[in-house]
Design a protein around this ligand. Structure first.
Ligand SMILES: Cc1ncc(COP(=O)(O)O)c(C=O)c1O
Length: 469
């Protein structure tokens, strides 16, 4: 697929945004009556609402953005967006790779989504600006749109799925948006937003597939090439695909030898499934630490723009994302959400070993993580690395039996986080079963503790082999 051949100038089309009805071809029951709002009364009297499509996301006519689209966006948004740093990472030495972190979580609302949102808002006609916009989002696009809408005086409505992070929902309210929490996932929320756009005249802005959104995200690529010389690869987290589409467009134009690597969580591999299928396809998502990436179907425009520029797509396990969050806190002092840590997760998991000794830029694209989830991620990260251990041991129930165990751990420098005794369910009345959760310094320390416990006690059982070693 040639990028230039399929390119259309997107700017000229914006004034004609209209929401059109789909043909509803897969409806099982033929409608008997159509109401003025497009709803259909079917045989049993039930009212079936029509589905509305986004005119900018058409499977049969995907829009491929150009380098000029990205540079125009960069010029327009320059004044309202942070030029984020891209320093060399402390992780470089331990991972044997020259790693740079593009710190997009330092944008005011905590993610890169502001770039596309601001550009899309600036490109509206005066009438569209007055009436306002609507979008569906899991949170970061909603925040970017809400914040810049507020700053630019454009009314913003966001539909957020029920599973959206509470913190992200509250933030949108703080930025004066009209927030509607509805729909079980992004697919549902999008349908609701499209219907509302049709009913109210608000302009619908897709958070990953609108050409102006992709162009806005692409401005990150221009900055990266300015900030880092001779880049071998850029690793970009993928949700609906807008971020990778924009950045790939910028980077492959300025630095064609740089490899473009996408990364997804194993819980929402929508882009990988689209590649297998040859086109975007609905891929049910499971709960993931990378909630920003949980988009069940990638965008048609994003897919068409990215595929010719993509060198590799990685699917990473959740444990590595948890560990990456932990590493970024400990070594970089960066608080990052799962999506933002998934590039590092790909390296930790060994998916990027061909880039050992080479120069790699990671998109650290979001920092909006719920405090409770953050706590759980750190614990999961410690467990994945073998630093949080869980074991059961049978010790004497006589005086000093449990204290001997505690002293043994204390002498090794192991810290007990939780301890539980069980007497009722074991046969030997002179013994007690002790379940311990404890923290060690590292995997060597863990092994030392395991060996000592096995030498000292007859009956000791360790749970979960750490995976990240
Ligand atoms: C922090 C973060 N990273 C990456 C992405 C993926 O971006 P896209 O949906 O454009 O692929 C998102 C999307 O919301 C996000 O919030």
């Amino acid at each position: 697929m040639s990028q230039t051949a399929a390119s259309t100038s997107i700017t000229s089309q914006l004034a004609t945004v209209k929401i059109t009805e789909s043909d509803g071809e897969d409806r099982p029951v033929p409608p008997t009556e159509t109401k003025a709002d497009g709803a259909k009364v079917i045989d049993n009297g039930a009212v079936e609402q029509p589905e509305f499509t986004d005119p900018f996301c058409n499977a049969d006519n995907p829009q491929i953005i150009t380098f000029q689209d990205v540079t125009s966006a960069a010029f327009r948004i320059k004044k309202g967006i942070e030029y984020t740093p891209c320093p060399r990472s402390h992780l470089s030495e331990t991972l044997d790779m020259d790693i740079y972190l593009k710190k997009e979580f330092l944008q005011f609302t905590g993610s890169f989504k502001e770039r596309g949102a601001r550009y899309a808002l600036l490109m509206l006609s005066d009438e569209q600006k007055q009436i306002g916009v609507i979008s569906a989002s899991l949170g970061n696009h909603a925040q970017g749109l809400s914040y810049h809408g507020w700053k630019l005086g454009i009314p913003v409505t966001v539909v957020m799925p029920l599973k959206a992070s509470l913190m992200k929902i509250q933030k949108c309210r703080d930025y004066h948006a009209n927030v509607i929490v509805q729909g079980s996932d992004m697919g549902q929320a999008k349908k609701i937003a499209l219907r509302m756009a049709h009913e109210t005249g608000l302009t619908y802005i897709n958070g990953y597939d609108h050409p102006h959104i992709m162009s806005g995200q692409g401005t990150i690529g221009l900055e990266i090439v300015e900030q880092v010389n001779s880049i071998d690869a850029v690793v970009i987290p993928v949700g609906g695909g807008g971020l990778i589409a924009g950045i790939a467009t910028a980077i492959k134009n300025l630095s064609p030898q740089t490899k473009i690597i996408g990364v997804e969580s194993e819980k929402c591999p929508s882009f990988t499934k689209a590649l297998e299928n040859g086109a975007p396809i609905y891929t049910p998502n499971k709960e993931t630490l990378a909630d920003g990436l949980a988009v069940p179907q990638v965008g048609y425009n994003a897919f068409a723009t990215t595929v010719p520029l993509l060198d590799k797509m990685i699917v990473v396990k959740e444990e590595w994302i948890a560990l990456a969050i932990l590493r970024l806190v400990e070594l970089e002092k960066c608080v990052v959400e799962g999506a933002g840590a998934s590039g590092l997760a790909a390296i930790l998991a060994g998916h990027m070993d061909e880039f050992k000794g080479k120069r790699v830029v990671l998109l650290v694209c979001g920092g909006n993580i719920d405090t409770t989830i953050f706590g759980r991620c750190l614990e999961r990260g410690l467990a994945a690395e073998g630093r949080l251990q869980r074991f059961t041991v049978r010790v004497s129930d006589g005086p000093g039996g449990v204290s001997k165990l505690c002293n043994l751990l204390a002498e090794l420098g192991v810290s007990i986080k939780d301890i539980m005794h069980d007497r009722a369910f074991i046969r030997d009345v002179h013994s007690v079963e002790v379940k311990v959760i404890c923290e060690t310094r590292d995997w060597h320390h863990t092994k030392e503790m395991r060996n000592l416990l096995q030498e000292t006690y007859e009956d000791v059982y360790f749970y979960d082999m750490p995976m990240a070693i």
